[in-house]
Structures are given as structure tokens and as C-alpha cells.
Unconditional design. Structure first.
Length: 186
């Protein structure tokens, strides 16, 4: 039994430290001959089939209009080997520099969208916009993953999770409890 610890009041604006939903990703986009990549820390799986992912891309971000106009992107999953690259991309603007060139990233054509995949990333998820009803109000895009490519090894790569204030966590030890799930859930 876990002994409950005392819980002190905590600033609500820092709740992301505990609730950040998934690993940092690099979103690549393209529109009318312009390509960009951005670091993204806020995304969430919304449905399994079709595979839907929601993400917040600030209207102040250079990628915002590229993904809004093209209605597609690639969500690339970097590992901890790209930590400094992820931070550099997040701290620069594609309006001022070519981030792919600046950070030495190799682009490769995607199978089903115009945005490029990033070769150095562990996985690529090609996405098409399926719902933009929350974009104007919340900068929230809902994507359908229409193609995916994942490196065969490692099965569980070390990924980055942003907790705010320049602090990242790395995925930890894998705990396998599959035998406890009902067969229909696997």
C-alpha cells in the first residue's frame, strides 16, 4: 500500500509539470515552397481508429499558417539524442532561419503529405487535418494519422517530456503488465 504524502498548494499555471501528455515532438510543415519545423510539447491522442491526435500550435508560431493552409504535417518523434536540437528549434523562428539547415536535420519525402519527414527521428506520423473547429478560438488542431513509420529498434526509445521552466524528463523503465489486461484490450 502506498502511504499518501502531504500535498502542498501548487501554482495552477505549473500543472503541466505533472500533466504534460506525451513526448516532445518535432512538427514539420510545408506550404507553397516554404518548409519549417517546430518543437511541440502539447499533444494528445484523441481516438484510436481512425487514429486522431490533437495538438496546440500557437497562432504566433511561424508553423501555424503553414499547417493551417496546407492542412497537413508530419509529427516526428525525436529521441534524447536530439535534445539540444529540440531545444534549439524551439528557441528559434522559421521566419528568420532555415531550421533544417541550422540544426543539421535531413529531410526526406513523406509518403502521403507534402511536409517532409526528419530522418534523424525515431518515428514519423503523417497527418491530415480532420477538424479545425477549435483553431480560431484555441489554436487547437485535430489531425488524422494517415501513414506511420517507426524504427524497429529500440522498441521503447528514450524520449523527452517537457515539464516547463527549461526542465525535461526522460522516459523511464518499461513496466510490462500486459498479462493483467483482458484479451480484448490488447
Amino acid at each position: 500500500m502506498v502511504t499518501p504524502a502531504y500535498k502542498a498548494p501548487f501554482p495552477v499555471e505549473k500543472a503541466r509539470r505533472y500533466l504534460e501528455p506525451g513526448p516532445i515532438v518535432l512538427v514539420s510543415s510545408a506550404w507553397q515552397g516554404e518548409c519549417n519545423v517546430m518543437t511541440l510539447g502539447w499533444h494528445t491522442v484523441m481516438a484510436f481508429s481512425p487514429s486522431l491526435v490533437g495538438c496546440l500550435i500557437s497562432s504566433g508560431n511561424h508553423s501555424f499558417e503553414l499547417v493551417r493552409q496546407s492542412r497537413e504535417c508530419v509529427i516526428n518523434l525525436p529521441t534524447t539524442a536530439l535534445t539540444d536540437t529540440v531545444i534549439g528549434i524551439g528557441n528559434s523562428s522559421g521566419a528568420e532561419i532555415d531550421k533544417f539547415a541550422r540544426f543539421g536535420l535531413t529531410t526526406e519525402p513523406a509518403d502521403r503529405v507534402g511536409a517532409p519527414r526528419i530522418r534523424e527521428c525515431h518515428a514519423h506520423f503523417e497527418c491530415r487535418l480532420v477538424d479545425d473547429s477549435l483553431v480560431d478560438r484555441y489554436d487547437f488542431f485535430i489531425w488524422e494519422i494517415i501513414a506511420a513509420h517507426v524504427a524497429e529498434t529500440p522498441a521503447y526509445p528514450e524520449t523527452l517530456h517537457y515539464t516547463g521552466d527549461g526542465i525535461f524528463m526522460v522516459t523511464g523503465e518499461v513496466i510490462d503488465r500486459r498479462q493483467q489486461f483482458l484479451p480484448q484490450m490488447l
